[in-house]
Design a protein around this ligand. Sequence first.
Ligand SMILES: Nc1ncnc2c1ncn2[C@@H]1O[C@H](COP(=O)(O)OP(=O)(O)OP(=O)(O)O)[C@@H](O)[C@H]1O
Ligand SMILES: [Mg+2]
Length: 372
Amino acid sequence: MSVYTRIAPVVEIRGAVKHYQAPEGHVVRALDGIDLSVGANEFVTLLGPSGCGKTTLLRTVSGFEQLDGGELLIQNKPMNNVPAHRRPVHTVFQSYALFPHMSVGDNVGYALEVQGVGKTERRQRIGEALELVGLEGLERRKPGQLSGGQQQRVALARALIDRPALLLLDEPLSALDRQLRQSMQRELKKLQHELGIAFVFVTHDQEEALTMSDRIVILNGGLIQQIGTPTEIYDRPANAFVAGFIGESNLFDVSVVAVNAGVAQLRSEQGDVLHVPATQLQVGQKLQAMLRPEQFQLDSVGGNSAALEGIIEQTLFVGKDFEVSLRTAHGMQVKAVIRDTGRHDLHRLQPGSSLQLRYALDGVHLLDEAKQ
Ligand SMILES: Nc1ncnc2c1ncn2[C@@H]1O[C@H](COP(=O)(O)OP(=O)(O)OP(=O)(O)O)[C@@H](O)[C@H]1O
Ligand SMILES: [Mg+2]
């Protein structure tokens, strides 16, 4: 339970199932039993590979698709049989989906017009919504007379004008170039915070997910792999899929070969030994051990530490960091990112040299294979 959902969830999804009959004959399990609550003013991101069910989940919440099973509540009201236009939800799409023949003002005010809001009030609220997204004064333009970033802002203003309880955003920034995308990320996050509207945001971009979200939902094959804060997902991935999907990682198949004095020895399939704190480990247990490349250091890391030793196969200079590929005597490959290396240390990173990569014992994250 996050701090947000403990107060009052805006959306509750319980056991959501959506299966498609594919024209090729088989059934696609797009959503295979999804449980998710989103709290008021929470920014939740759906992240996962192409085809994992992100868009399907948004479409069932917005009402463009019906669930085959499970329950959907928005603000505590059952929504399964409520048509899309009666749900307190709007969607912003990657493609903007603006009406090309209508002015910016008419696009933004469309929902109010449908609701029968009078012209004077409409004009005032259109002005406010455009101000919110930094487009004041452009009411009369047509979408074709705006840049991509400006069109995306119009789509955002249109979705926010009647202050929905929930805004769904399906890869809204992916058509923008990197710089614009980063400034829109900051603006969106600020806007979300100020308006107090819950956002469910879809992206392919893990960096975007890590920087923007209160919580991230990792999906694969219509199933939730993990829900957690960005640091939980990054530091303590629930399984090998999440560990591999978010960030770079070294993932070793190991078994516990010895436990003494509070330290356990783990032996990799190749024969290398890793050391970890021995909490609740038993000899013979099979696990996966994860170490992020940036957890390695050349010298002492402070506290209880150990090292993996090997020959450097490759060193790449990437800005201020060095990416080092090392192979141990047993043949295990280890990726390390060495930060803040003084230039006097450079000779230690030459390919062909022998190197010790030190790590803190309590930084090793263990994945229990039996739980997967
Ligand atoms: N109308 C449909 N008929 C049959 N299969 C569908 C239909 N819509 C989606 N699917 C399938 O359902 C699965 C989930 O699709 P969805 O669009 O939710 O994926 P996604 O996570 O949004 O992917 P992407 O990142 O590529 O946008 C995919 O395997 C897709 O092929
Ligand atoms: Mg999609």
